[in-house]
Design a protein around this ligand. Structure first.
Ligand code: SF4
Ligand code: SF4
Length: 156
């Protein structure tokens, strides 16, 4: 499963580099957050032990590591791949689930902070495109359901 989410050849180079450790904000601030350890375990075929770790959810997706990386790969890819696998196995923090549920219902991850927008002279945000999103979401769910029936599998 990990192979379909990651390029292990690039990750091998990453394991011998480690350069972006010093510029990753999560590495600097959070004790124990160390994508080098994660990458080492992925390459050793032992990624499972990170699926329950809070650290895989502490990547800010700030893309610093991608921007700085000579192979334009990055720590971020390892953390994203593990989050994807953890999610498929039903392992995720409750606040993440709340965010997904809200997005699926309203096409927003949160309500705009109107007083703050007013204070900074920002215009009212545009409509969220909720109706179009909900139609699209329904179509995706139906397509998945049809595929699951056809193949006799349930992709969740
Ligand atoms: S995107 Fe990269 S630099 Fe940013 S927090 Fe995640 S691992 Fe660190
Ligand atoms: S992401 Fe790029 S810069 Fe960072 S350790 Fe891996 S190869 Fe080196």
């Amino acid at each position: 499963m990990i192979k379909s989410n990651l390029d292990l050849k690039l990750l091998e180079k990453c394991a011998g580099c480690g350069a972006c450790y010093s510029i990753c904000p999560s590495c600097v601030i959070i004790p124990g957050y160390d994508p080098r350890e994660v990458i080492k375990d992925i390459l050793a075929g032992e990624f499972d032990k990170w699926l329950d770790s809070k650290h895989i959810w502490q990547c800010l997706e700030c893309h610093y590591c991608l921007e700085m990386c000579y192979q334009h790969y990055g720590f971020e890819n390892a953390m994203t791949a593990l989050r994807t696998i953890a999610t498929k196995r039903g392992k995720y923090p409750p606040q993440v689930k709340r965010g997904w549920d809200m997005f699926a219902k309203s096409s927003r991850l949160g309500e705009p902070a109107m007083p703050a927008r007013k204070k900074f002279g920002l215009p009212e945000p545009k409509a969220s495109g909720k109706d179009e999103f909900l139609k699209l979401h329904e179509l995706v769910l139906k397509a998945r359901e049809a595929e699951a029936k056809k193949t006799g599998t349930d992709r969740g």
